[in-house]
Design a protein around this ligand. Structure first.
Ligand code: ADP
Ligand code: MG
Length: 401
């Protein structure tokens, strides 16, 4: 697994002179045509380079943003092709369509060890279609461009999409280095993790993340809850949460989690103080209140200093930590301290510390932490969560057939 950057050596031996389609995750944030964070491109380079060095004709496919199944210049991968070439230190031929005349031409012109990038795969309605036949027809076209397939877009392996799932059914295939590394870490979080095992959950997608609690209750020793979802917990405990994020329809679910946690001896930590403001993002009105005294006309935007210290203390002896979701609205300094405290605690873990989720990873970077201080920073939040929920990831299962 560790040789060849995690790519199957047997696969690499057979690939010289072959056209290899690689699904990468190059979905980077753009400001106009400027890439504001190239982390995902960097993470994709090792697999692309290993295939090129093995003499393959590498055809990269990826998406950017959420175009509506047709070409939209605002979501062109053109700027990504330029950055990818810089990072590879080699030219990248860019096809201005995904499976059309330009793609055919660019792929036909590739020499051994050369790399091409196809235009945004989501410019084609077949990519994300729920209709198996429509998706399959597009996958046939994609598969027609190559002799083999490498799945390396970890951020999309939980999606049953043409370039992730259907294409793997049509070509000899293997896992890319990035996907292999991510799955390896996720296995360490689920199969016999070193204890104590603590899970920290926050962020804004409350119901998305409640699902993961269900599965982790049987595995983790401690659950630390912050971010937007904490107010559903506080409300379930009978507290007033003002105008904070709240999912009323999840109150019973949360109460059931509490009961199961008590039964299993799993500790659930919620904050005892909260940074509130009069309206969303109003830094001037930020103030700390006890969690039992959230004013009816205010909303909670971070865990308070007492809670941040308690969370850090609860993490100090952990040997395995998984963290997904910022503790507060870290994009604004007045609400960033809870997230900073948790990130700092993770850097001091004697064991495996894993950060999952796009915004959590961005928080670590924007708050100035050294990424190397964490055991692993995952490139795919949704995929990690679904794995930890115990769900099948279609893009992984399809590789096992
Ligand atoms: P990730 O991408 O790491 O999985 P999410 O997308 O679930 O995380 O959530 C990230 C967002 O959650 C951030 O933009 C942050 O501002 C927001 N957030 C955190 N705490 C709160 C809160 N108390 N109220 C509203 N939004 C919050
Ligand atoms: Mg997010």
């Amino acid at each position: 697994m560790t040789d060849n950057n995690g790519l199957d050596p047997e696969f690499l031996r057979t690939i010289g002179g072959q056209r290899v389609l690689v699904r990468s995750d190059l979905n980077v944030p753009l400001d106009g045509t400027t890439i504001t964070d190239d982390g995902r491109i960097r993470a994709s380079v090792p697999t692309i380079r290993a295939l090129a060095e093995a003499g393959a004709r590498v055809v990269v496919t990826a998406h950017l943003g959420r175009p509506k199944g047709e070409p939209d210049p605002a979501y062109s991968l053109g700027p990504v092709a330029v950055r990818l070439a810089e990072l590879l230190g080699a030219p990248v031929a860019f096809a201005t369509d995904t499976v059309g005349a330009s793609a055919q031409e660019v792929v036909a012109a590739l020499g051994d060890g050369q790399v091409a990038l196809l235009e945004n795969v989501r410019f084609n309605a077949g990519e994300t279609s729920k209709d198996d036949a429509e998706r399959g027809a597009f996958a046939d076209q994609l598969a027609g461009l190559a002799d083999a397939f490498v799945s390396d877009g970890f951020g999309v392996v939980h999606r049953k999409q043409a370039s992730v799932y259907d294409v793997a059914q049509r070509l000899p295939h293997t896992m890319g280095a990035l996907v292999a590394a991510e799955i390896d870490v996720l296995r360490r979080l689920t199969d016999d993790p070193a204890r104590p095992y603590a899970v920290v959950l926050g962020g804004s997608k409350v119901s998305d993340k409640l699902g993961v609690i269900d599965n982790l209750l049987g595995k983790a020793d401690k659950l630390l809850i912050g971010g937007g979802m904490v107010f559903t917990f506080l409300k379930a405990d009978g507290l007033e949460v003002g105008k904070s994020l709240l999912e009323e329809d999840q109150l019973d679910t949360v109460r059931a989690y509490r009961a199961r946690a008590a039964e299993l001896g799993v500790e659930i930590l919620v904050p005892t103080d909260i940074v509130v403001a009069d309206s969303f993002g109003d830094e001037a009105s930020a103030r700390v209140v006890p969690a039992t005294e959230i004013p009816a006309d205010a909303l909670g935007l971070d865990i308070g200093p007492e809670s941040a210290a308690a969370f850090a203390a609860a993490l100090a002896d952990a040997r395995t930590v998984f963290w997904n979701g910022p503790m507060g609205v870290f994009e604004q300094l007045a609400f960033a301290e809870g997230t900073r405290a948790v990130a700092k605690a993770l850097t001091a873990i004697d064991g495996l510390s894993v950060v999952g989720g796009g915004d959590s990873a961005a928080a670590v970077r924007t708050l100035g932490f050294d990424e190397a201080a964490f055991g692993h920073i995952s490139t795919g939040g949704g995929a990690s969560l679904e794995y930890l929920e115990g769900k099948d990831l279609p893009g992984i299962t399809v590789l096992e057939d």
